[in-house]
Design a protein around this ligand. Sequence first.
Ligand SMILES: Cc1cc2nc3c(=O)[nH]c(=O)nc-3n(C[C@H](O)[C@H](O)[C@H](O)COP(=O)(O)OP(=O)(O)OC[C@H]3O[C@@H](n4cnc5c(N)ncnc54)[C@H](O)[C@@H]3O)c2cc1C
Length: 376
Amino acid sequence: MTSSSDVVVVGAGVVGAAIAFYLAKSGAKVTLVDRDAPGGRTSRVSFGWINALGKRPEHYHRLSRLGVDAYTQLEEDLGPGSGIGHGGGLHWPSPDDAGRSEMASLVRDLEEFNYPYSLLTSQEAAELEPNVRVDGVDDGILYAPIERWADGDLLAGALAKQAVEYGASLASPVSVRELVTDGSRVTGVATSDGFLSAGTVVVAAGTASVGLLAPLGYQLPLGRVVGILGVVSAPVGTVSRVLYPGKYHLRPTNDGRVAIGCRDMDDLVDEDTDTSSPPSWMNQLLDMARRDCPALGGGQIEELRVGARPMPADGLPIVGPVPGVQGAYVAAMHSGVSLAAIVGQTLAGEIISGGVSPVLERYRPDRFSGSADTSV
Ligand SMILES: Cc1cc2nc3c(=O)[nH]c(=O)nc-3n(C[C@H](O)[C@H](O)[C@H](O)COP(=O)(O)OP(=O)(O)OC[C@H]3O[C@@H](n4cnc5c(N)ncnc54)[C@H](O)[C@@H]3O)c2cc1C
């Protein structure tokens, strides 16, 4: 197969699918390529909390906030089946000094950044989440009403589907073997299904972006931080929003179950971790959740998902032209679910107009040029 597009987007995770969606919506001729089903990799493992809480420095908080806000229009564009859920987020500290001081510093940030929040009593929180017990939190339970969540695989699938409705082509499962150049200009991609010609190629392949860009002489300073998500059977409506009770987090899923994660437990997994049955520490996590949410009592861990976060060397998104390769762009980031809408919309706008948006100016790939060490 040989075909021609204005833009090829490599990777249909939430980030690449969003870029393709906004490009197609603006009338560009786009081909979105993935070696898997859309959203089938890291995006499917994601806790999928759409938020700007605790993001630093301030410019990154502002970008993340734009990201949260951009979901209002995106949800309207995608309609039912977008994988996006609502209800805001409820956060309360672990009952120790460290938890309380973390919460106090979070609240100071939110005041400074004008992030919509309120501090609820246990009773007010129970009205929002009748199945959850919040005891012993004296300083208030933080409620951030603008936050959302998403099942990343469903969201990426909905973005890809809508992109196709706007005229994009979806090539999946098709693997991109390499970016093809003529001198220093990109001319397309070589795939498992033939050559795709395009004047612009966006590499949004998550952690695999490093290997796609290295042959062009660009070392993307991106690491992999492995994490785990448990999916627990539960009566429908057990929880209705993102909950952060200190040491772990849970939220509903679109199929009526509960997703559960914990940063400390991410440290116990690698990409070879056996996910066929839950390890004892995952059951301990579920026991902890049952204490806060007794309705999870009969629930079982039905699925374990393990994947690697794309983690830029400085923790901030890497979005924009690939240094030294005309026509090539990269979009790689952690918190890609929170950022997919704003990054997709802004990068698509830049590609179509040839302009440069101030929204992304802090996140360009060339910010690493000349630094002593960009390895992770
Ligand atoms: C446990 C965990 C919890 C997280 N929690 C949150 C959270 O609460 N909120 C948040 O915003 N973010 C969270 N993240 C991060 C977020 O999930 C990622 O930033 C986001 O999913 C990255 O999306 P992506 O599209 O860049 O990558 P991916 O979803 O990995 O998509 C990349 C795609 O590229 C495709 N691909 C790769 N190589 C090729 C090739 N050669 N040819 C064709 N296709 C290719 C892959 O098949 C894949 O579909 C979490 C991540 C993890 C692991």
